[in-house]
Design a protein around this ligand. Structure first.
Ligand SMILES: CC(C)(COP(=O)(O)OP(=O)(O)OC[C@H]1O[C@@H](n2cnc3c(N)ncnc32)[C@H](O)[C@@H]1OP(=O)(O)O)[C@@H](O)C(=O)NCCC(=O)NCCS
Length: 194
């Protein structure tokens, strides 16, 4: 058994396409679409995300974000994707595998958001279903984890329909919308099915 595996992906990869969506690393040319969609979705996303820094939607902050994503990918600690609809190449949201632990864990944690105009149209289900084979077959992870606030019906439904199982409850787990909030813990193992 190989316990200390890492992967070494080209910086322009991966590009993942399945189920009508394409996932790829954010690029500088995405700035306007990204900032517009995030601004348009601020009210929708705020209850479920960490507090946005005051300069979060500026071009300078986006540049810093891209630099961090690239470093994280090079170091095999996180892979950040934007999600585009294949029909018209519209940016619909984002999906990240972060906090990757190699060694005896081979685990990572997912985070996701959809732009308000695109909510509840199946895009994040398609994106997560596209990401799962990448996480297990390409990154060769053993375990994908997720956590959500108990009142986040959309996130719970998304996880349960994509094969994540509820494993526990963590008190004051993450600081979301400015408050340490309890979370439900979910995970999907390499061999789990939907
Ligand atoms: C969670 C989120 C990413 C889901 O994205 P989405 O593209 O709307 O999800 P989908 O359309 O693929 O739907 C997935 C399931 O959730 C259900 N769902 C979506 N929004 C819902 C809502 N507001 N209320 C109840 N169920 C909802 C869908 O009906 C679907 O279940 P079904 O197939 O049984 O009908 C999106 O709601 C979001 O970005 N929320 C705010 C940010 C957030 O919660 N991030 C995650 C923090 S853990």
């Amino acid at each position: 058994m190989v316990f200390f595996r890492t992967v070494n992906l080209n910086e322009t990869t991966p590009v993942i396409s399945a189920g009508g969506v394409t996932l790829r690393l954010p690029q500088s040319g995405d700035y306007h679409a990204w900032a517009n969609l995030r601004e348009q979705s601020r009210e929708f996303l705020t209850p479920w995300e960490p507090v946005w820094p005051s300069d979060d939607l500026t071009r300078a902050a986006f540049r810093r974000r891209l630099k961090r994503y690239l470093e994280d990918q090079r170091n095999d600690v996180a892979y950040a994707f934007l999600v585009f609809r294949d029909d018209d190449n519209a940016l619909v949201g984002g999906l990240t595998i972060a906090n990757i632990r190699r060694g005896v864990a081979q685990a990572g944690s997912i985070g996701y958001w959809i732009g308000a105009p695109f909510a509840r149209q199946g895009y994040m289900t398609a994106a997560l279903r596209a990401l799962i084979p990448f996480a297990f077959n390409t990154l060769r992870l053993h375990r994908l984890e997720a956590a959500c606030i108990p009142s986040n019906t959309a996130s719970i439904r998304l996880l349960e329909k994509t094969g994540f199982r509820r494993e526990g409850y963590a008190r004051g787990y993450l600081c979301i919308n400015g408050q340490w909030q309890d979370h439900l813990l979910y995970a999907r193992l390499q061999d789990d099915r939907d």
